[in-house]
Design a protein around this ligand. Sequence first.
Ligand SMILES: [Zn+2]
Length: 369
Amino acid sequence: MTHTVPGFALSPTLRGLRCVQCSTLHPPEDLPLGCPGCDVTRRNSNLFCVYDDGARTLQERLPYRSTPALGEGETPLVRLPWLENASVKNEAANPTGSHKDRFAAMVVAHAAASGYERVAIGSSGNAGIALGAYAAAAGLRCTVAGFTRLSETTREQLSALGADLHLFDTDRERVGLIRDLAAKPDTLAVSNIAEPFVGCHPVGIEGYKRIAWEIADQAPAEVRHIVLPTCRGDLAWGVYRGFHDLHELRGTPMPRLHLVEPIPRLAAVLGGAPVTGRFPGDTGRLHSIAGHTTTVQAHRAVTLSGGTAVVVSPESAEEWFARLCGRGHVWERSSVTVFAAHERLRAEDTIRASDHTVLVATSHFFKGL
Ligand SMILES: [Zn+2]
């Protein structure tokens, strides 16, 4: 911890970090294993930022009001003529092509303000590129632990951003590197190192709240449902917290959050399986939402909002990818799962024709190169 970049300051309204599972309030410090109490019981859970009661504006409910800005956020909410009573929040319009820019901007501000010299992440691509870009913007070093299947193009892009890339065959090895780096005082690890996984750094997840705030301002009608892709639930939890702020400060009704996954993980937990379980299955080319575990925060985002988990197979995603490309839409395969899920939720009448719905398209298909 040898230098502090001026310009990024922790909000004085931040009171601490609360456990998603046991509700214990911890001081606002970096806890890479999530809630220490839940870690002891091996029922690991992420934390989330809580603010003073006097924080009565949305801006006062962010850990950093100033972040390294590359133009992230304020993405368009798009109405598609063939999609009845639904809009698409186009997160592919972010600077590096995915919603992860919102996370990266917030967590890099935190790293810089806290005096870290390096940020480190385990990533399948999107998050690594986002973190690499924002670390470069703030003058920090960035280490990315990826899989050996990572495409040559992504490797070149990470190298161009100055990121230090390490490739592994297994998740265990990949997480091992991030765990080793997290033990270094000059490095902030921003991705999962707990076993079982809990989700990424809570300060970064706060960046996703703006998606909810923007949707509330942009939507043509009251939003009853949000459909979004999920892996470990960072995005879903951030969006849930954003709507929670809107509910507290403006009385905005909480929409139901429907989390889309390629295999039954969260769906299995909702059916009674333990949240810490492993759920094998083929995730095909849906790399951004792959993995065989779920998290407490994903479970809470669904249950607290009255939503559901929707399983969309890799085959169904391929069909929708082709269908959307045929209409000129350039979202990655993991993102188009929300269209398949929406179609099913409409057919089941979980989403009624009169309910306005927002689908979150998380990433550009250039990310799959
Ligand atoms: Zn806890």
